[in-house]
Design a protein around this ligand. Sequence first.
Ligand SMILES: [Zn+2]
Length: 364
Amino acid sequence: MQSISPEIIFRGNNAWEKAIPQISKLIKSPLILGRSIHTNNLRNKIQRDLKNQNLNVNSANLHFDCCHEDISRLKSIILENNHDSVIAAGGGKVLDSGKYLAECLNIPCITVPLSASTCAGWTALSNIYTKNGQFIKDVPLRSCPKVLVYDHKFIQTAPSRTLASGIADALAKWYESSITSSKIDDGLVQQAIQISRVLRDQLLIDGEKAFKHNFENNPSWRNTIEACGLTAGLVGGIGGEKCRTAAAHAIHNAITQIIPPNKFFHGEIVGVGLLLQLRLEEMKNNNKLADQSIKQLLKLMNRLNLPTTIAQLGINVFENQNLDKIAEFACRDQSEIHFLPFKISKQDVVEVIANFEQQKITIK
Ligand SMILES: [Zn+2]
């Protein structure tokens, strides 16, 4: 079984206004889920608009992350108040929590991404973390959200840093899926990989223009936010679990074990993981193109003010056995790093990260 996409997608300017009549038909008593105080106004608007349609609406916030503590507290709120659905309005952690809660309680989830930092508004997947933001596991869900509302006016209110993070995460799709899945003899998977290549090209062409000119009337901005929030999700939907993540996300997951919570976005950490994955490919798979890819990516990442080293994520890998801790977690048995088509040992990861962090990255 494969859930390729949300059942209904509203996109563009005023997508929310267009979605209201449909949502009012589908549900009567939603819980609106959020987290950041910066998006309070938008969630209040969503709540007001639905109350005007005579829906019985409540709201609740994540206290920490998409973690068991928050999930079980929110589950009780939904059950006690007989909510018939979840509207998750926020970034990746909020969207993942809303989808996971809805799956556990067998009620529909409506996702309303409030930034372009993630494709979590689309996918049938939730990442579970500890309350301190340490990655625990990915949970595949039975289906994608019932409705996805990708309102450009909402997304425009997000800081440009969220867009840069979404670009880094979406770029990883090509570099991870092409190396793990290119030998899979399944037409849909191959086509998903091709879409991720087109997605990467779009971001290389439009990403910087979108980051610098965050306007709805800028076609580069529209293309880029839709690439990060929609197309990246479509790649996951069509490719399914065979269109896999690899070292970039494995290294992200490892870094979350030691990084202070909520200081950096998912995509910012994945971007660093992506550069390290390419170094691993160069070293272990003799991939001469990997170095070119690093140069190409570094140029864009510098222009988007994205971190390009673990040091820039606030971690000195040469202290507190951090290097060991990252390598250990990245190479644990169930890690995605082992989807790479060549063997990776803990020592390889230590070596690549140590070299990488010692280099001064000067490409501008
Ligand atoms: Zn990701």
